[in-house]
Design a protein around this ligand. Sequence first.
Ligand SMILES: [Zn+2]
Length: 329
Amino acid sequence: MNKLVLGVDVGGTKIATAVVTGEGKVISRGYGSTSAQAGRRVVIDNIFATIDKAISSSNVALSQLSGIGIAAAGIIDSKNGKVIFSPNLPGWREVPLGDTVHQRFNIPTYLGNDASLAALGEWRFGVKKQVANLIYITVSTGIGGGIICNGELYTGVLGAAGEIGHMTIDVNGPRCNCGNIGCWETLASGTALAKEAVRQIKEGASTSILEFAGGDLAKVDAKVVFEAAKQGDKLANQLISRLGYYLGVGLTNLVNIFNPELILIGGGVAKMGNLLFEPAIKVVKERAFATSATSVQIKPALLGDDSSILGAVAFVLDNLAEGSTIHGG
Ligand SMILES: [Zn+2]
């Protein structure tokens, strides 16, 4: 019998839910606000309500669901279904989210890191497990990722592996939100792109980027720089090319360490397409060991905004298949 699973993606501003078949087909969806600033109780109520929305807009009864999978940013203890710490959810420390959701809906519930689960989703439902070694990267305000190694999600001892956005790329680089210096995401994320654009505009660079932001320096973001680049703005193109360069430096490290067959790049910044991919791939070809560089394909991710939600579903299916009792309840 075809299993039905409910996937949840808890973001900093939005919650997305979906009822999904065992083959990864979305049957119904729910959307809600996270209201993270309103505190933990409100966020949890919003998660409940958004789960209810996806169920009520499907023709599926709660009792027909095999499980609930939740993807959340931050340090997640998957074994115990706990959010240890989340940058998206202020004040959350050691929150037993798996337990809480399990108690409300009374079906097996599993919790994981959103970027790691996204890798799992892309692998299972995107490339349909056609490769055994895959790295998924999401480039947006920061850089996150997940690693499929020899046909399994690589988790590390505590489940905290895959924080690739925080590998040091420049020992003298900018300070990162994590406290370290010169992390990959301080140089190759959408935030890094916007910061560099603002810096150069303030220094009097000749560019139309500010016009695309309606003259408001505070509104200069990666999207605005991309719009200017598409209209031929020279600085915008240079900045994206520089971003691609730094992206390529980090990719080179990953290619040398993991020798993956496939690297999939998702997240808002990946929508820049070839403007970003070409310089990044060029750096990998120049810098990585030739055998690894020639055997890897670097491509846009396949599942768009659904990678984490489908990854959460894949995580439930894997746990059920293993007969795991991990559900925090
Ligand atoms: Zn960092």
